[in-house]
Design a protein around this ligand. Structure first.
Ligand code: ATP
Ligand code: MG
Length: 604
């Protein structure tokens, strides 16, 4: 194996440690002392923070998220502030959410849809999506949200793989994305249609056999007793982002709610008084674990914005809704950086006390930008569709090392491992060594299957570890540093290079907004690095700028590792969940087959 790069750690640790806040916090952190919390933590105790179904009849996500707050007298508290993309708004109390989801559960029962059957949603971020999710949990069904922007083929494939019994969508999405494939989906028995937002006057034509959800809910009772659900009963099906290849359907159980709840409390520091905004769409696991379940179990008021990303709109939402805890993704942070600091200065973000990010490595530059432009740093955290919840995080009461994903959640045993030639798993205890990030199985939100892919699931586990497919290092203080996905690592001139460190260096250049790097085959160096770069507003591509960016990279990384080639792009190809698809940059560069691009956001 070639050497790992020695410069990597220096590259990512250039920015000073951001010391944990020692005083002056408006709200006392839920976890004031990481070490103490780690020592005291047990999953049993975390489970006891929740109720369980009345009468000891098991555990149900929707009960913990909504119904139990009614018993605690919080029925009239606003659970969700919904912001329509055209400017309308709606507020739903915990009681209203409980009743609406009861109606949905009663409707499923009336339709004869039983325990374990799959209810899919193909909807924008409208209240009905959240009601359908909660109602499905109550009915013991498995809920599977899809991005509404998926094209017909990705929709069909997921409905088929997931054996969808029910689909909740609207007439326009149905016609455009499902109708043509309907005959090929005999298992899909019921299509429930919600009105399209912004299309009030003329009612959309109802496809034959479809059910008008609003009418059907009005005909259903608002009272529902959740039948027993066991902690191990399946509850959620999430397709992975498809960054590295064909998306996998990860199945989660009701017990996952314990992890959602506790990570919301410890990693996002949710307090009942918070106004919380998770910007992710539920079509991506983050938008369900943290855009629906964790905020509700923690009894906060959550903001749901139907609109798509727009820097100005997002600042307005943060300011006008007085958001106090904000959870977003590096792609959004980079787009906000791109929009310029002046825009940030126009908004009053005083109530915002905690900002977190997930989904991709968060470049040190972006952490620092949060501090200088928004007045507080971003807290990066790491997890996957498969882990169901946050596993590694920069917690509030912890020093931040910009560029690090943070430390393992209390209750989570993480390790850096290598596969020995015979296949045995070897744990690397020494600090700063690169290897695969592994987790000790047993936390409640761990996926229980890849649907229809038992072998692929089994391959994720070895030697008592769950192997994540991500490469990382752990430093002497227990902080994890992302190196790259095992598939993305570049081998050049005897060095193994994670794209993250090279991209982070490129982003230090004042003109660079985003960067994606790939390895290109080279007869001398095995691979050379090619960079694709988008620019911040106010900069335009030129040969001179290219030279300046490449020179900066050479200075920081050394000639052996720095990109040899560079191309400006107006946008980089991304998944629907906002991740740079390096494999697609590479396939296009080399003229290779593009592979599964069902999750591609748009073609830049
Ligand atoms: P697929 O598995 O289909 O290729 P995906 O891995 O992108 O898609 P997700 O489950 O949405 O699907 O993403 C999890 C992955 O995202 C992680 O394995 C990791 O590679 C990356 N990731 C998430 N958070 C971070 C982070 N904070 N830093 C670095 N990488 C992260
Ligand atoms: Mg993955």
């Amino acid at each position: 194996m070639a050497d790992t790069i020695e410069s990597a750690a220096e590259v990512l640790t250039r920015l000073p440690i951001i010391r944990k806040p020692r005083s002056g916090l408006a709200v006392a952190p839920n976890m004031p002392d990481y070490e103490a919390a780690r020592r005291a933590f047990s999953w049993e105790a975390a489970r006891r923070e929740l109720d369980g179904l009345p009468g000891g009849r098991g555990l149900n996500i929707a009960h913990e998220a909504v119904d139990r707050h009614l018993h605690a007298g919080l029925g009239s508290k606003i659970a969700m502030r919904w912001l329509g993309k055209e400017g309308s708004r709606r507020a739903l109390t915990y009681r209203e959410l409980a009743e609406a989801s009861n109606r949905f559960a009663n409707l499923l029962a009336r339709l004869g849809v039983g325990k374990g059957e799959r209810v899919f949603a193909l909807l924008g971020r409208v209240p009905e999506l959240y009601v359908a999710a909660l109602g499905s949990f109550k009915a013991g069904c498995v809920f599977c949200p899809l991005f509404s922007a998926f094209g017909p083929e990705p929709v069909r494939a997921r409905l088929e793989i997931g054996d969808a019994r029910v689909l909740v969508t609207n007439a326009a999405l149905y016609q455009r994305k499902v109708a043509a494939a309907r005959l090929a989906l005999p298992g899909l028995r019921h299509v429930l249609l919600v009105p399209e937002t912004g299309v009030q006057e003329t009612r959309q034509a109802m496809p034959a056999g479809a059910i008008d959800l609003a009418e059907a809910l009005a005909d259903s009772s608002g009272a529902f007793a959740i039948p027993p659900t066991e902690p191990e009963d399946p509850a959620l099906l999430h397709f992975t982002s498809g960054t590295t290849g064909r998306p996998k359907g990860a199945l989660h159980v009701h017990a996952a709610v314990v992890a959602h709840h506790i990570t919301g409390r410890l990693a996002l520091d949710l307090h009942a008084e918070d106004i919380f905004w998770c910007t992710a769409d539920p079509g991506w696991v983050t938008g369900t674990s943290y855009g629906l379940i964790a905020p509700l179990t923690n009894g906060v008021t959550m903001v749901v914005d139907e609109g798509d990303f727009d820097a100005e709109r997002w600042y307005r939402v943060l300011a006008e809704e007085r958001v106090s805890v904000w959870y977003t993704a590096p792609t959004a942070v980079r787009m906000m950086i791109r929009a310029g600091d002046e825009m940030a200065r126009r908004y009053d973000l005083k109530p915002l006390r905690f900002m977190a990010s997930v989904g991709e490595p968060l470049n040190p530059e972006a952490v620092e930008w949060g501090r200088t432009a928004l007045g507080r740093p971003f807290h990066d955290n790491w997890w996957q569709t498969e882990t169901g919840g946050i596993m590694i995080a920069n917690f509030l009461a912890m020093d931040i090392k910009p560029g690090s994903m943070g430390r393992a959640l209390p209750g989570i045993e993480a390790a850096i491992v290598r596969r020995a030639p015979g296949g045995a798993i070897q744990v690397i205890d020494a600090p700063d060594e690169q290897g695969e990030l592994a987790l000790r199985p047993g936390w409640p939100s761990m996926f229980r299957a890849y649907v229809n892919e038992a072998e692929r699931y089994a391959k994720c586990f070895s030697g008592g570890w769950y192997l994540t497919g991500d490469l990382a290092r752990r430093d002497a203080d227990g902080y994890y540093w992302f190196v790259g996905r095992a598939d993305d690592v570049i081998k050049t001139s005897g060095h193994l290079i994670g794209p993250f460190e090279v991209e982070s260096v490129l982003m230090e250049h004042p003109a660079v907004a985003e960067a994606g790097v790939i390895g290109k085959p080279d007869p001398m160096a095995f691979e050379v690095i090619k960079a694709f770069v988008t620019l911040k507003s106010g900069h335009s591509p030129s040969e001179e700028l290219k030279r300046s960016i490449l020179a900066h990279a050479r200075k920081r990384l050394g000639a052996a590792i720095a990109p040899k080639e560079m191309e400006f792009k107006p946008n980089l190809p991304k998944t629907r969940s906002g991740k740079i698809m390096r494999r697609l940059l590479k396939a296009r560069e080399l003229g290779l087959p593009e592979g599964d691009i069902s999750a591609l956001e748009r073609d830049p």
